[in-house]
Ligand binder design. Structure first.
Ligand SMILES: [Fe+2]
Length: 281
């Protein structure tokens, strides 16, 4: 795959057709009201407190801003992106995690996207993993854009954030199945990570098996239609881990609603930026 001339796949073209039929067409029929209502929903800052005996004591109380599923493109443009970036900046987190689907379809808007995301800074770094939508067009453009903007893309690798004795952060590229997530996590090596970033919440199965204390994921958009007062009752039927926090033994998972979506409807499922307060038990 060349960096200079993206070769667009069948998957990209089918996603473009789906986007035209299920998003652009209904929005045009409704005179743009679908998109207007979608982006008018305020982005909520969701404070989440989690604890694990496996979390390193040196990082007790760490604050992580978790941003996901931006879907930069037709439904989420520059103005909305800046709202999200400004919201993350106001949190002043120790570390920022971006868990995939940075773009909705095309990687051509990556320069504009990363001009904004490049404004994000945190003492321990801004880490990025890719989602399925980032693979529709040209994932290398996304990875390169992230790196050039001062972000840290994690493509099946782990590294220490904050120096030699720092927090061990692992991140995997998009994967669909539990087995595929497990294989990618295995590639990260470096023993048991402290923080694990994956787009797909199914990766938590492998994280739990290894006793990783904290996993952050997105992908589901919280189901987009959820029961009032119970976000884990939602329209995602293919994921047991669909929204919010999950705790298994000493392993915690947070699945964020994310800020964007490919379909412009959210009911009892507001766009959010999560702020994880992580403690040592
Ligand atoms: Fe997504």
């Amino acid at each position: 795959m060349s960096d200079a001339q993206p070769r667009r796949t069948l998957r990209y073209h089918s996603a473009t057709i789906r986007n035209a039929l299920l998003t652009k067409l209904p929005d045009a029929i409704l005179g743009g009201r679908l998109k207007a209502r979608h982006v008018a929903q305020p982005i909520r800052i969701e404070d989440i407190t989690l604890a694990s005996a496996h979390w390193p004591r040196a990082f007790d109380g760490l604050r992580i801003a978790h941003l996901s599923d931006i879907h930069f493109g037709h439904l989420l443009g520059d103005e909305r992106l800046m709202q999200a970036v400004d919201a993350v900046r106001t949190v002043n987190a120790d570390l920022i995690a971006i868990t995939g689907d940075l773009v909705d379809l095309s990687a051509r808007e990556a320069p504009q996207l990363f001009e904004r995301l490049g404004l994000l800074r945190a003492p321990l770094g801004v880490f990025v993993v890719l989602g399925n939508h980032d693979h529709l067009d040209h994932p290398r453009t996304i990875v390169r854009g992230a790196r050039d903007a001062g972000l840290i893309p994690l493509m099946d690798i782990s590294l220490r954030a904050g120096g030699h004795d720092g927090l061990l952060v692992a991140g995997i590229d998009w994967c669909k199945s539990i087995d595929h997530c497990e294989a990618r996590l295995r590639r990260c090596g470096a023993g048991r990570a402290d923080l694990f970033l994956a787009h797909n919440p199914k990766a938590f199965v492998a994280a739990h098996a290894r006793g990783i204390p904290l996993t952050l994921a997105g992908h589901t958009h919280g189901g987009q239609l959820a029961r009032r007062g119970n976000r884990q009752h939602n329209l995602v039927f293919t994921q047991r881990l669909s929204a919010g926090k999950y705790e298994r033994d000493e392993s915690c998972l947070y699945v964020t609603n994310g800020v964007g979506a490919w379909f412009p409807l959210r009911v009892n499922c507001p766009p959010e930026i999560a702020v994880i307060h992580m403690h040592t038990r």
